[in-house]
Design a protein. Structure first.
Ligand code: HEM
Length: 125
């Protein structure tokens, strides 16, 4: 029987840190990064389509270390969220629900994101 103080919704502090849980938290985190990236992207588009001075300033900003880092973070969030989103959709459809498949698909998604992150880092720097 549930104890009187058992939480109605599981919390981070009572989860076990398994690959599936890490993948889920990272999905949420990447979703937040993507949502925050949208206004930044619109701001960049605005700069790119303004005056020639605005265009040059936007390009210079994108080539700065902070600009490259922002592109790297947003791109990594997108590739991770995309891959893990496909994984979630497969799980929603009932594919790969065994414990072993849940864990290996979580590792696979994280490995793909890491490889992409390294490759993109090499391209951007
Ligand atoms: C690229 C293709 C994308 C796929 C395949 C995808 C897939 C998904 C899926 C399946 C979920 C539900 C996760 C769950 O069941 O908890 C989700 C959540 C979410 N997505 Fe996406 N998504 C994509 C792109 C985006 C983009 C572009 C954004 C933001 C601009 C975004 C923001 C979010 C947010 C904020 C959540 C809620 C996170 C949470 O509370 O768990 N997604 N996405």
């Amino acid at each position: 029987m549930a104890t009187k103080h058992a939480p109605l919704s599981p919390r981070l502090s009572i989860y076990r840190w398994l690959p599936g849980m890490i993948a889920s938290i990272a999905h949420r985190g990447s979703g937040i990064v993507l949502v925050l990236s949208v206004p930044c992207y619109l701001w960049i588009l605005h700069g790119m389509t303004g005056s020639p001075q605005d265009f040059d300033a936007t390009v210079a900003m994108l080539h700065s270390p902070l600009g490259r880092l922002s592109l790297w973070v947003a791109s990594l969030a997108l590739i991770y969220h995309f891959c893990n989103g496909i994984r979630f959709l497969c799980l929603d459809a009932g594919w790969g629900e065994s414990r072993m498949m849940m864990r290996s698909s979580a590792w696979l998604v994280m490995a793909i994101a890491m490889l992409f992150g390294v490759a993109l880092g090499v391209v951007l720097w």
